[in-house]
Design a protein around this ligand. Structure first.
Ligand code: 3HC
Length: 313
């Protein structure tokens, strides 16, 4: 009876648009959903550093190198920020990271694709961070206080990420024929995996019901995907690039760019571990974790000596 009354009060708070804070009563399912979502988001940010980090030593100019370094460092910060947000729900980041390293936790499958040329770095900033902005702008209104506040901070940096990517894309699209061919090839490889970032169709999304009811998400996967397509297609056309979708067509009545069907077999195959770079990414992530052990030990020793709690990832 007690919990029934508390659940009713919780649901009323959600409907009033109130923020739920760490010390507030919340249903166990709400807490578990948030841990699932925020930890995967944090894992995605850190694993997402790998494809781009691959090009830091090969950037075509000092300026491009500086900008890419700044972006990759931002992603590390986003990951640490989100692990801290997850810890407000009573989990320990070590436990979350161990789940990732043991292959028991998901991260966004977009990062299991290879970065074959410099143009990929521009297209990732433009499409992948662009998709992230659409999603994270919505999550900034999430009912869970620490997550929504983390999103507000992260979105500011994502905008820089997208703009630097689009600058690379526009520069190459207007460059030599080889550069234009290189950037169109990158768009052809990254377009459909970027659409997959928003998750399965609403009808195939087992988590969306609860997440929408409790306003963790306030838009569905398909609504966000459509918004991303509507924003991005004109940007491609503005620099003379084509979208690799023969079914793409503008509907003047709805204002939507209607698009073809996503290859959901590929989506689930990559999630299950059979993408182009899944093994390489996890090998690199485990190696980085092992090589960083001395930093964690030093931080823990310092914290113990000074009576502090050490939070090292
Ligand atoms: N990659 C990997 N797994 C995915 C996925 C994707 N693109 N899309 C969905 N899934 C998984 C879900 O995790 C879920 O599995 P689980 O129940 O075992 O966790 C299953 O597929 C079914 O999907 P649902 O739609 O039911 O799951 P959600 O409602 O959680 O929607 C989501 C998936 C859209 C990724 C949502 O979790 C979300 O918005 N997460 C927060 C944002 C985020 O994680 N973004 C990842 C990119 S990070 C990034 O963009 C960094 C930037 O700097 C580039």
């Amino acid at each position: 009876m007690e919990d029934k009354k508390r659940l009713e009060e919780f649901e009323a708070r959600i409907q009033r648009g109130e923020k739920i804070e760490p010390k507030d009563w919340m249903p166990e399912r709400y807490r578990k959903q948030l841990i699932r979502m925020i930890s995967q988001h944090a894992h995605s940010e850190v694993v997402g550093m790998l494809p781009e980090g691959n090009w830091i030593t090969r950037a075509p100019s000092l300026r491009r190198k500086l900008v890419l370094l700044a972006k990759v460092q931002d992603e590390a910060g986003h990951g640490l920020y989100l692990y801290s947000a997850a810890e407000t729900l009573g989990v320990d980041r070590q436990e979350l990271i161990e789940q990732l390293l043991e292959g028991k936790a998901k991260y966004s499958n977009i990062f299991n694709y290879p970065t074959l040329t410099w143009a990929d770095i521009g297209v990732i900033g433009w499409l992948v961070d662009g998709a992230a902005i659409v999603n994270q702008t919505m999550l900034a209104k999430s009912s869970y206080g620490p997550y929504s506040r983390a999103m507000i901070r992260i979105c500011k940096e994502e905008n820089f990420h997208k703009r630097q990517g689009y600058e690379i894309v526009a520069t190459m699209a207007k460059g030599t024929p080889e550069q234009k061919k290189m950037v169109q090839d990158a768009v052809n490889r990254w377009w459909w995996p970027s659409l997959m970032m928003f998750g399965p169709h609403d009808t195939d999304s087992p988590n969306s019901g609860e997440l929408l009811r409790w306003k963790v998400k306030t838009k569905t996967n398909d609504e966000l995907r459509q918004r991303f397509v509507n924003l991005t297609v004109p940007q491609a056309h503005a620099v003379g690039l084509t979208i690799p979708d023969p079914d793409l067509k503008y509907n003047p009545e709805t204002g939507n760019w209607e698009f073809g069907e996503i290859d959901w077999d590929e989506f689930w195959r990559v999630i299950k571990g059979d993408g182009p770079c899944n093994r390489e990414r996890m090998r690199a992530r485990r190696k980085a974790h092992e090589e960083g052990a001395w930093v964690r030990e030093a931080a823990a020793a310092y914290a113990a000596k000074h009576g502090m709690k050490s939070r090292v990832a």
